[in-house]
Design a binder for this molecule. Sequence first.
Ligand SMILES: *Cc1c(COP(=O)(O)O)cnc(C)c1O
Length: 392
Amino acid sequence: MTYQVNSRGYYGNFGGAYIPEMLYQNVEELRQNYLEIMESPGFQQEFQQLLKDYVGRPSPLYKAERLSRKYDTNVFLKREDLNHTGAHKVNNTLGQILLAKRLGKQKIIAETGAGQHGVATATVCALMGMDCIVYMGSIDIERQKPNVERMKLLGAKVVPATSGSQTLKDATNEAMRHWINNPTDTHYIIGSVVGPHPYPDMVARFQSVISEEMRWQLEEQTGDELPTCIIACVGGGSNAMGAFYHYLNDPSVQLIGAEAAGHGISSGESAATTILGKAGVLHGSKTLLMQTPDGQVVEPYSISAGLDYPGIGPVHAHLHETRRAVFHPITDKEAMEAGLQLCKLEGIIPAIESAHALAVLEKITFDKDAVVVINLSGRGDKDLATYITYCG
Ligand SMILES: *Cc1c(COP(=O)(O)O)cnc(C)c1O
């Protein structure tokens, strides 16, 4: 069983590149060049140096003693929250901008929903001195003011998407349109393991630094590179894929995804794609997505903006179908309680996205000597207002 993408861009029944004819050239240029560029010594040297000195890697693997005692097991937190910009997303935006430079591109476009990917993209554009346009639904611009201000401070132009529901999918459509019209000088930085091949594979490879570090950090701290289990939250699935990547072929390691169940999976307000989704095409790939019987994409809901996505990366659809990974739905309330608990027990305020992964500790009873790694994808500073409102 292989969990890697095949030469046609598929993970089992999912993936591919379902794109308009007009985008073919751009995507094909990327497909033909990404592996060679990523594997070249010059690229690796620059990427590794910046991961170290700019992002602050390796991110610590921290044994959470008080949390471990509470659940009578051994819980380790992979601290992606300590990266520059406060989450894992910068691993990918940094990789892609270095690749774009080598493809001779001068301009970067991106789409963003909550603004986190927009900020991570604007950050690396400033670092590299490249023009940056971020498309964002006009409703999201209203909802996510602080991130819009951050992007502007970093020198990016934020362009509102005013069509349709004025949220993420409309921003994605605008970004695609821009790319079609500017094929030669522009690279489109997609923010998760979604989109047409080769994006899911490329983003997974950039994020795989997470599990690459985990292996030696676990060996150092427990004497074994293999944990019992790895837990990560799943929006599109990039932090989860980064945390799973180097363990896909170690069948003893359980891989667990935490999906946003919002107000509950049968409430009509959730983003629990593996449970509610059906196969369809979203953002250029065949995957599981939440849709109406006639194939309209359902507007997702989660208290955490980063998990508020109607689909899931094709690799996760495949991991779900093959049962290599198991996905748990976590409600808003369960996530908030798990997040608040981490504040009190460990002095760490997690992103509400990451709190969904922490909440899995309430769902599964682990052995006393199990080693459970939770990928703490981001920090909760951005979520302060939501925490305060929740606490009343
Ligand atoms: C964006 C985001 C996520 C969700 O994206 P994935 O691609 O599923 O990782 C999770 N956590 C944080 C902190 C985020 O910013």
